[in-house]
Design a protein around this ligand. Structure first.
Ligand SMILES: [Zn+2]
Length: 290
């Protein structure tokens, strides 16, 4: 009860500070790049919600902030071993079955469903209620916010803890992982766009800043991606860990929903404009992932 009250007050406090510091009410001197202003960035929310991740042995191994990895597999990206796209139906849509655990309240459930449906507004991804399909996303409230990258086969956990993960940007972020996307700041071309300050990174969390040979699908690096961490992600000393270059003052990692480039990437990865289903193209063909 005390814990619940504490969690609620933290949440109210977050909402409150977010409200009074809304982007349209800031004074001209406002830099937008202080640690306090990052209160609602995806990575801040993830860090707060994920403090207890890994303490429950029944849960998947979570690395790289919020990416679940199969136990024993040291290579972070499961997609490198095999294809991980969700299959495309003959009508050109990509149906991703989902199940939502009963642990969520009606209101949380509605927020989650709205987040899932947001994909249908701008992409060919159609999250549809689980109906005994073989592969599906199994949305649960475990001890943080995390997801596997790409389709894993069978029911795959996407954890959206009731304590801190049921927000639109987090829901979209975790489902973008499930669709096959990594964090923006791990992109192969990130060093031309950001500088990583490892000296400010909390010991033991450096792996969050590794670079991956991603397929970038012809899209530009996007500071506003919902997959981009904030400037102070995993900071051990309240100093920045990610600085945009060449202009240090550009704001990063503050998306509150998918950016136009996030949407473009989904459309490119899943070839959303093509309705033709090619029988020779297996849905898990490896060279189409990320
Ligand atoms: Zn993530």
């Amino acid at each position: 009860m005390i814990l619940q009250a504490a969690a609620l007050s933290v949440l109210l406090c977050l909402v409150h500070s977010f409200t009074i510091q809304g982007p349209f009410e800031k004074s001209e001197e406002y830099s937008g790049n202080t640690i306090e202003d990052d209160e609602f960035s995806v990575s801040t929310l993830l860090e707060k919600a994920n403090v207890n991740v890994g303490k429950n042995l029944d849960e998947p191994l979570v690395m790289f902030g919020d990416i679940a990895v199969p136990t024993g597999l040291q290579n972070a990206d499961p997609c490198t071993a095999r294809g991980c796209l969700w299959p495309k139906a003959t009508d050109g849509n990509v149906y991703v079955p989902f199940r939502i655990a009963n642990a969520f309240s009606q209101r949380e459930r509605s927020t989650i469903i709205a987040g899932l449906q947001s994909f249908a507004e701008s992409t060919c991804i159609r999250f549809t209620p689980f109906n005994r399909q073989r592969d599906f996303v199994d949305i649960m409230s475990l001890s943080g916010c995390f997801s596997f990258v790409g389709r894993r086969g069978r029911g795959q956990t996407v954890s959206l803890s009731r304590r801190g993960c049921v927000f639109r940007q987090i829901i979209q972020h975790e489902l973008l992982h499930a669709l096959g996307f990594n964090h923006e700041q791990t992109r192969s071309d990130r060093d031309q766009n950001v500088r990583i300050l490892l000296e400010n990174v909390m010991r033991g969390t450096e792996s969050n800043f590794r670079r991956i040979q991603t397929r970038n699908l012809g899209t530009p690096y996007d500071y506003n991606s919902v997959m981009h961490y904030g400037r102070f992600a995993f900071s051990r000393n309240r100093r920045p860990t990610i600085i945009p270059i060449p202009d240090e003052n550009v704001s990063i990692g503050r998306a509150t929903e998918m950016s136009p480039i996030d949407i473009l990437r989904v459309n490119r990865l899943y070839r959303c404009n093509s309705t033709a289903s090619r029988p020779d193209l297996k849905p898990v063909q490896r060279n189409h992932f990320l």
